[in-house]
Design a protein around this ligand. Structure first.
Ligand code: AOF
Ligand code: ZN
Length: 382
């Protein structure tokens, strides 16, 4: 047999097995919050000895699941390579350090996709493996691994969650009729897809206007999920009705600037938690006008309360405010093949004097969800 250059074949195998580990992490997309989704595969001579993914918070990490799977199949890690999508943890959190379990199992090598942005780990896991004499390779499929956990990385590095803004609009960027009539603009496929994004999030966020007009539940329905996200409402004047359907079941966070203890007590009797935050002018260009909740302060509060991913589904006013205050990381734009004419804009933003002041995005994905289209756009400038 002709010998292939060993480093080339090793590299392509590494990417192959890491992609399998990423697939395992994707299988727990709805489960692990606030922990990151991590996958792990243990391989020897092209054979999978064991594999696993992170369990619900407080449960075992991916490496421990894979080692248990390996032992249950009657294998040991001698001579094997461990592929893991995130650097193994080196700290005592809710569970003991995965590096200890790996060092005890003594694989020939460990390959990771990315280091753990958690400052409690941050390279220490890799250093401990190397110090124990186990060779480590890093940065295999790093971009795909990062995409598994944008919110965990955001919370660890900038202390605020990752925020998706979902907008459903006509081709002319309109969301509802001027008379406020709320109707489904997009079809069932787009609606089900929206529930997938809710399911992966820690928090589903909307505004009190939407709660009062549409009376939505904002929970996950059209996809099976082991966990419901927390629902949250931006409610500047604390106007959420006590009989709103969103308050049925599960915790709801209400962010307000209106410190009304009696109303707060009535809402708290309905499972809500009322969080009073500072206010800012609702229109930065007209600072003496109305006030609204400081949305950046809300995101900092969420970051302190273990929120990785926020899925925002607000009306046009809060959509505009989130965009204007630089809170949006990505748009999920569901576009229906319809023109609505003079209706509500999908996001209410002030008129521009200068095109240089326009908000700019980068389209990076367009998916047909017949009859609609899902466009993903990254914010390039806040
Ligand atoms: C891993 N493998 O599968 C995950 C890791 O409180 P604990 O013990 O569950 O620790 C949570 C931290 O562990 C989390 O913040 C992150 O740094 C890391 N997650 N590490 O080795 C895994 N999910
Ligand atoms: Zn761990």
């Amino acid at each position: 047999a002709s010998a292939r250059p060993p480093e080339v074949s090793a590299d392509s195998n590494d990417a192959h097995w890491m992609r399998r580990a990423i697939g395992l992490a994707e299988s727990v997309l709805y489960l692990t919050a606030p922990n990151p989704r991590v996958g792990c595969v243990i391989v020897r001579d092209g054979q999978v000895l064991g594999e696993g993914a992170t369990q619900a918070v407080g449960g075992p990490h991916a490496e421990v699941m894979a080692l248990r799977d390996m032992q249950a199949r009657g294998h040991s890690a001698a001579g094997a390579t461990v592929y893991v999508t995130l650097e193994p943890c080196s700290h005592h959190g809710r569970t003991p350090p995965c590096v200890d379990a790996l060092i005890a199992a003594r694989p020939a090598r460990v390959v990771v996709a990315m280091t753990d942005p958690n400052p409690l780990v941050g390279g220490k896991g890799l250093a401990r493996l190397r110090a124990a004499g186990i060779p480590v390779s890093a940065a295999v499929c790093a971009e795909a691994a990062l995409a598994l956990n944008p919110g965990f990385v955001a919370r660890m590095t900038r202390r605020t969650p990752w925020l998706w803004l979902k907008l459903a609009a006509s081709m002319d960027g309109r969301s509802a009729l001027h008379n406020g009539a709320s109707q489904w603009i997009t079809g069932p496929a787009a609606r089900a897809d929206g529930h997938h994004w809710r399911a992966r999030s820690c928090v589903v966020l909307t505004g009190s206007g939407t709660v009062r007009i549409d009376n939505p539940q904002m929970n996950v329905r059209h996809v099976p999920t082991p966990r419901q996200p927390i629902r949250a409402i931006v409610d500047t004047r604390l106007e959420t009705p006590e009989d709103a359907r969103i308050l049925d079941g599960g915790p709801v966070w209400i962010f307000t600037c209106h410190d009304d203890a009696a109303k707060a007590r009535r809402l708290e009797a309905r499972n809500a938690r009322v969080i009073v935050l500072p206010s800012v002018p609702s229109r930065p260009e007209a600072p003496n006008g109305n006030l609204r909740v400081d949305l950046a302060a809300m995101l900092r509060w969420m970051g302190e309360h273990d929120v990785n991913e926020v899925h925002a589904e607000p009306g046009s006013k809060l959509s505009g405010a989130l965009l204007q205050s630089g809170c949006v990381d990505e748009l999920l734009l569901y576009m229906a093949p319809v023109l609505l004419g003079d209706a509500q804009p999908m996001a209410r933003l002030p008129a521009l004097q200068n095109l240089d002041d326009a908000r700019r995005f980068e389209f990076f994905e367009a998916t047909p969800l017949a009859p609609d289209l899902r466009i993903r756009a990254r914010v390039t400038q806040n």
